[in-house]
Design a protein around this ligand. Structure first.
Ligand code: 16G
Ligand code: ZN
Length: 532
């Protein structure tokens, strides 16, 4: 039976900074690492309670601030199937994070009551962190929270965010028909590495892939994956792999840098005909890029990745002869308009839009048989829902080609981390498709041309006055602003623009695209001017 008797004593060791308010946002808590001690301690308590509310299923806790500055840190909870924490609990996270030190036990008690939690269940929690310097101290705070509730806790060390999601899913599906794999790094490497080799076996060996690991946890982990695959089919050169030197994490490198600046990290010189990709600091995002024939930088972002994957899956489904197995794509408002037209008009696949943030895309993709979801920033994956699995199981191949396509669809499902977007699993998927098609990055890129786009950050006094609807594409307040944006957009051929409050920073984002670079920039700055 869990009692809350030890909470007061532990809580006194992790006092809340009086002047701070914490909010569980799009990707958990995220702020300066040295302000998060009390929050992470309390997340430990809540993780234990969440496990009890799920009959002792294992809950994950990841300490990371992803692509953000090295001095930042963050913490988020992972639900039993490896998915993001159920939204109704996010409010509890913020509530307990902002309680006074003396109130913590009472608030936990009231949450336990509201959720009818059976406190006799043993809580099970697994946790991990990225390479940030504030990580070890925050991990110790988390361990105190878990100890205060006598949780059965396991430390997975320094792993990528998607690896932790994978472990949680493995642990909760072990011994069931939905079993996912071995909950360890070697289990992860084995599962994804073997699926990859099954898919590319017999094709020509690829040239090396140059990986920018953002000086983060992706560097050791992708090397460990390569050692496990141990094949000429996976020949990598890892750059920006210094996880020791202070100040290097995400600094002028990584997927966010490349996507935001539309250029390669200054530390990398691009050679023609080579394939490059960048992970972010916790390896849940990936973008590809190359130098074209004129030496110009060309980016293959999340939209390009999702269209590549959707095309490949659609073709396989057609070859497999399973006509009612539907492939669809979920995007956010940031998706380049050219990608959306390409999916609808050329691929003739259904698309749908969701709010920014993986949890929203994920839930939208679950509605499709095979749902491909990506944010333009390179965060995404593919989900096969139960309908898709049933249709694949029932499929009776009429020819060797059909049998092969069905076998490839199964292998692809094994190659994909369905719990969350995963740079390493996505990378193996992209590599598989390129190897199978015999494509270079420029051949992949040729499918459609991006419209010029611009993303601006506008710092405002109060971002809460900005409210949106229609997957964040339309403002409902402040009054009159959307009408103003509409008037501006109409002036530019292929113009599109939207304004949304950030879910992670005290700012408002302005996105614009138009037929030419000059028009796009003018539109972006005029909309930003209207916001300010
Ligand atoms: C978080 C999200 C990311 C999203 C970003 C938007 C997750 C795991 N991460 O980092 O997907 O693109 O927030 O940030 O959901 P913004 O709201 O500040 O623009
Ligand atoms: Zn990340």
């Amino acid at each position: 039976m869990t009692t809350f008797s030890k909470i007061a004593e532990y809580s006194a060791k992790h006092p809340k900074p009086a002047d701070k308010t914490f909010a569980y946002g799009t990707a958990g808590f995220r702020t300066l690492g040295d302000t998060l001690d009390s929050t992470v301690f309390r997340v430990g308590l809540l993780a234990a309670l969440r496990s009890q509310s799920k009959e002792g299923k294992t809950i994950g806790v990841m300490i990371t601030a992803s692509h953000n500055h090295e001095r930042d840190n963050g913490v988020k909870l992972v639900d039993p199937m490896g998915e993001m924490l159920q939204q109704s609990w996010e409010g509890y996270c913020s509530e307990i994070a902002n309680a006074s030190d003396e109130q913590v036990a009472d608030i936990l008690g009231s949450i336990a009551k509201a959720e009818a939690v059976d406190l006799s269940v043993t809580p099970r929690v697994v946790y991990a962190r990225d390479t940030r310097p504030s990580g070890p101290a925050l991990q110790a705070a988390l361990e105190d929270g878990l100890a205060a509730l006598n949780a059965d806790a396991t430390n997975y060390g320094i792993v990528t965010t998607p690896q932790l999601h994978y472990f949680v899913r493995c642990l909760n599906t072990a011994g069931t028909p939905a079993t996912y794999g071995e909950p360890s790094v070697s289990g992860y490497n084995h599962k994804y590495g073997q699926a990859y080799l099954r898919l590319v076996n017999g094709k020509p060996h690829p040239s090396p892939l140059f990986i920018d690991a953002a000086n983060g946890v992706g560097a050791p982990q992708v090397r460990s994956l390569a050692a496990a695959i141990n094949s000429p089919y996976f020949n990598i050169k890892v750059f920006n792999s210094d996880t020791e030197t202070l100040g290097k994490l995400n600094m002028d490198c990584g997927a966010d840098y490349v996507k935001s600046n539309q250029r390669q990290p200054p530390s990398m010189e691009l050679q023609p005909d080579r394939r490059y990709c960048s992970f972010d600091g916790d390896a849940d995002r990936i973008v590809y890029y190359y130098a074209d024939a004129h030496g110009a930088f060309r980016l293959l972002d999340g939209d390009k990745i999702s269209t590549l994957i959707a095309t490949y899956l659609r073709d396989l489904v057609v070859t497999a002869g399973i006509d009612d197995l539907q492939v669809g794509v979920v995007q956010t408002a940031y998706a380049n308009g050219s990608s959306t037209s390409y999916i609808k008009d050329t691929l003739q696949l259904p698309t749908s839009f969701s709010k920014t943030g993986v949890k929203y895309l994920h839930h939208e993709a679950e509605k499709m048989n095979i749902g491909v979801y990506f944010e333009a920033n390179g965060h995404g994956t593919v989900l096969f829902n139960t309908g898709a699995v049933a249709k694949l199981q029932q499929a009776t191949p009429q020819s060797p080609a059909q049998a092969d396509a069905i076998e490839r669809l199964w292998a692809l499902r094994d190659l994909i981390n369905e719990s969350v977007g995963d740079a390493m699993s996505d990378m193996l998927l992209v590599e598989t498709i390129l190897i199978c098609k015999g494509w270079s990055l420029s051949q992949w890129d040729a499918a459609y041309s991006d419209l010029p786009s611009r993303l601006l950050k506008v710092v405002v006094n109060d971002r809460t006055i900005f409210n949106t609807t229609n997957a964040e594409q339309t403002l409902t307040s402040p009054k009159g602003l959307q009408e103003h944006v509409d008037v501006l957009v109409k002036k530019y051929p292929k113009g599109r623009s939207f304004v949304r409050p950030s879910g992670t920073e005290d700012a408002v984002r302005v996105y614009a695209e138009a037929a030419t670079r000059a028009d796009c920039d003018q539109l972006a700055y005029s909309v930003a001017g209207a916001v300010f």
